[in-house]
Design a protein around this ligand. Structure first.
Ligand SMILES: O=C(O)C(=O)C[C@H](O)[C@H](O)COP(=O)(O)O
Length: 222
């Protein structure tokens, strides 16, 4: 039941930090800052040089299955395009897999290992295909091309689908996405871009705190 427990924990947290950086060292630091700021679901994108080492390192420090609050975080891999990479990421300790697109073989590989997989989808046909493959949460990507009301519209014919918009999620629209029915949101550049530019990783912590605040407010108002 590990897979179901993990999905539940990801949805409970509701905010996923999508981390892109210039090196493994930088992304580990970024992850630590995001976790300290309250974002406990960390997606290490595989465009980061040494991303798998970063996942391995973070998975030794943090666990999704601990009562120790200091050590609680869910570490996963993003930008997973095909099954070989998904397997490597799982072996490195990824608790979940995210991709920008729907690759059926990647979903099957993740299902084999009972690891939650959140593939990117843009259309109703892709949402349907993902559901047929057993996907529990789809990543609506790029979220920026849609208005948050799209979730309600897509849930008309497919009420059983769960959406995690990613791409263009900001402090300005997070509330609309959550109130519009998103089970979680993925935050990328707004959380990290400034830190990469200036080298000040504590920026990620401050920004994470703002996002967690906005998320909690949206849940209360929902
Ligand atoms: O490659 C993936 O798997 C992704 O997750 C794609 C993007 O990096 C995120 O969607 C972040 O988008 P922004 O928040 O607009 O920066």
């Amino acid at each position: 039941m590990k897979k179901l427990q993990l999905i539940q924990k990801i949805v409970e947290q509701g905010v996923v930090a999508v981390l892109r950086a210039d090196s493994a060292k930088q992304v580990v630091e970024m992850a630590e800052q995001a976790i300290a700021g309250g974002i406990k679901v960390i997606e290490i994108t595989l465009t980061v040089p040494g991303a798998l080492q970063a996942i391995e390192e973070l998975s030794k420090t943090y666990s999704w299955d601990t009562a120790d609050e200091e050590r609680f975080a869910i570490i996963g891999a993003g930008t997973v395009l095909e099954p070989q990479t998904a397997r490597a990421a799982i072996m490195a300790g990824s608790a979940f897999i995210v991709g920008p697109s729907l690759n059926p073989d990647t979903v099957r590989l993740c299902n084999l290992y009972r690891v939650p997989v959140m593939p990117g989808v843009m259309t109703i046909a892709e949402v349907q295909a993902a559901l047929e493959l057993g996907v529990d949460v789809v990543k609506l990507f790029p979220g920026s091309v849609y208005d948050p009301s799209v979730i309600k519209t897509m849930k008309g014919p497919l009420p059983q689908a769960n959406f995690m918009p990613t791409g263009g999620v900001s402090l300005d629209n997070l509330g609309q996405w959550i109130k519009g029915g998103a089970v979680a949101v993925g935050i990328g550049s707004d959380l990290t871009q400034q830190a990469v530019k200036t080298g000040d990783m504590t920026y990620v912590k401050r920004k994470a705190e703002e996002y967690i605040g906005a998320y909690r407010k949206a849940i209360l108002e929902k």
